[in-house]
Design a protein around this ligand. Structure first.
Ligand SMILES: [Zn+2]
Ligand SMILES: [Zn+2]
Length: 413
């Protein structure tokens, strides 16, 4: 479930509500459009009712929030699940281990230098929390099986701070006003905290094309902005806008919908996959590789938009296997470009699970996954046309089909 963040417009100060995945802020009052940039993760605070004179005494406890998919490849096969969790990120007794639904029920505020108070150190690693979440799903499978690969493909890792207040030598939850710890008994707790770190600051930058200065296009949750003036595409990254190599395959017929894929070209020497033909042979596809496939570099085609995990894998597999039918041209802006909502870094995490999902004989692939390293990785973004087939969108060259409701639901993942 999505969380809502209250944010004031950097231009006119009007209150705007954003979703946690929003990277673009379009002010409904003054029309200003900015994208959000931070060199760190996004940080939010739960709202409290503490009055200004006491605010300096607030102490904030970090919780790690992860939302995304966990894929497991084991002897028993592949499993995947959607994970949405907000777990304690600091070791302090009596704190709630998870924020539960609180983070979703309340409107959060963005952490800024003006928030005040001090911040407890994050002492639990995100990796530990993800592993804990993965074990929950492993339990649903058979125990004692060999695990070959685990991938966390998430769009959201953020920190949510729970405000605490020290009063009469007790520590209170400042949201619910309940007492958590009697500090007379617990005297050696690390409660000093540290002040706001400028690295946590979120900057609001104008959505202007760095190449020609034109206005960039994109919706609230999209991670890639395009320039209709100079036909460039830009990914919103931690350092700002990064220019992408991009292509488009023009569609026939009326108004196709263009869905983007991250095309990840790579070699996997540990599995002797150097070309597309190697991939077809290794994964035992029921086709004979054409002579030119030996010259064709191997690429994985990962959806650049969110889908439920099983469908995500199926579409990645279908387009990856059918890639030889695709001959895209230089990128240019077209109507109906569907927003990119899965970042390039996350798509890269999906390469090995796509390889596993493509294997018709798992024994040839699964046991080699732990040693498999991707070499000479090149990434680009390719928009493919999908034709309107009443209830579905269909990619004519590869036969990949996506239910319209599933695509719509993906926007909320
Ligand atoms: Zn405004
Ligand atoms: Zn431009």
């Amino acid at each position: 479930m999505d969380i809502r963040v209250e944010q004031s417009c950097p231009q006119c100060g009007a209150p705007v509500t954003l979703s946690e995945t929003s990277r673009l802020l379009t002010c409904p009052y003054c029309g200003t459009k900015n994208f959000l940039q931070t060199s760190s993760v996004f940080r939010y605070v739960l709202p409290d009712k503490v009055e200004p004179p006491e605010r300096g005494r607030l102490l904030y406890a970090p919780y790690i929030r992860f939302r995304g998919n966990i894929f497991l490849v084991s002897e028993a096969g592949m499993t995947c699940r959607v994970v949405d969790t907000t777990q304690q990120g600091t070791i302090l007794p009596a704190l709630p281990p998870s924020l539960g639904v609180r983070a979703q029920a309340m409107k959060l505020a963005r952490l800024t230098a003006e928030t005040g108070g001090r911040f407890l150190r994050l002492s639990i690693k995100t990796k530990v929390i993800l592993e804990k979440a993965a074990q929950i799903s492993e339990r649903s499978g058979r125990s004692g099986q060999v695990m070959f690969h685990r991938a966390y493909i998430g769009d959201t890792v953020s920190l949510i701070y729970l405000p605490l207040l020290r009063d009469n030598n007790c520590l209170f939850d400042a949201v619910t006003d309940t007492m958590l710890i009697d500090l007379d008994r617990e005297t050696s707790l690390p409660l000093q905290g540290k002040p706001f770190n400028p690295r946590w600051q979120v900057n609001f930058l104008p959505t202007l094309c760095p190449r020609c200065g034109g206005d960039l296009d994109g919706e609230g949750d999209c991670l890639v902005l395009t320039c209709g003036n100079c036909d460039t595409a830009w990914e919103i990254g931690n350092d700002g806008l990064r220019r992408l190599q991009w292509q488009i395959l023009p569609g026939d017929g009326d108004h196709p919908l263009y869905l983007a894929f991250w095309k990840i070209s790579t070699r996997i020497p540990a599995m002797e996959i150097e070309s597309f033909a190697d991939f077809i042979n290794k994964t035992n596809q029921p086709v004979v590789p054409r002579p030119q496939w030996h010259e064709r570099p191997m690429s994985f085609w990962i959806p650049a938009f969110k889908l439920r995990p099983k469908i995500f894998l199926r579409v990645a597999r279908q387009v990856t296997i059918g890639q030889w039918r695709l001959d895209p041209e230089k990128g240019h802006v077209a109507p109906n470009l569907y927003p990119v909502t899965l970042p390039a870094s996350e798509a890269r995490q999906a390469v090995k699970v796509t390889l596993a999902a493509s294997a018709t004989s798992p024994g040839n692939i699964f046991p080699f996954l732990p040693q498999a390293r991707l070499r000479d990785v090149k990434m680009s973004l390719v928009y493919l046309p999908f034709a309107d087939k009443q209830h579905d969108w269909m990619q004519p060259e590869t036969g990949a089909v996506i239910d319209k409701n599933v695509l719509r639901f993906g926007r909320t993942l």
